[in-house]
Design a protein around this ligand. Structure first.
Ligand code: MN
Length: 191
């Protein structure tokens, strides 16, 4: 199976100022494309060649895991945004956030804190378990909560390449800006 990079559902200049066109063109156009190209090279003629990508992420190790997971994580991340995004979730996800984190504001604070305190490169995740309980986890490097049996709902990329062009070393400001572009309809559909 050959993986291809899906077209983003918005123009690359439409998420500014939260994420600039330059960052999207590098981050999605170059970094993400390289992970997909590497995945296609590495998966060829392995036992994983005809598996679902999520199954590759759960079971592969080393460079194949790293590139498979980075390919998946970035699509999940970039498809969480919309130029018309922002605001608050509604429905069952909003109820679960209130139940498990006390309030939406408290959830945002805990999520940002987890992203800021992750040392080095990685991802901060909101995921659900089989009972619908929500968890915030930090995953280093290419990490993905699928490997812990959780279902991902939302992620922020905290690798420096995600924000350095726009925010330099100000990771906290970069993460805070993302709430303005979250496509909550999409995120709710994952819950
Ligand atoms: Mn990235």
């Amino acid at each position: 199976m050959t993986y291809t990079q899906p077209q983003l559902p918005y123009p690359s200049d439409s998420l500014a100022p939260a994420i600039s066109q330059e960052t999207i063109d590098f981050h999605y156009g170059k970094h993400e494309k390289a992970y997909i190209d590497n995945l296609n090279k590495l998966i060829k003629d392995t036992e994983f060649d005809n598996e679902d990508l999520e199954e590759v992420i759960r079971r592969a190790e080393g460079p194949l895991f790293n590139n498979a997971s980075q390919a998946w994580n970035h699509i999940f991340y970039f498809f969480s945004f919309s130029p018309d995004g922002g605001g608050e979730p509604s429905g069952e996800l909003a109820d679960a956030i209130r139940r498990d984190f006390g309030s939406f504001d408290n959830f945002k604070e805990e999520f940002e804190k987890a992203g800021v305190s992750l040392f080095g490169s990685g991802w901060v995740w909101l995921s659900r378990d089989q009972d619908g309980k929500l968890f915030i986890t930090q995953e280093p490097n290419a990490g993905n909560p699928l490997r812990k049996g959780l279902t991902p709902i939302l992620t922020f990329d905290v690798w420096e390449h995600a924000y350095y062009l726009d925010y330099q070393n100000r990771r906290a400001d970069a993460l805070k800006s993302l709430w303005d572009i979250i496509d909550w309809d999409m995120v709710e559909s994952r819950y």
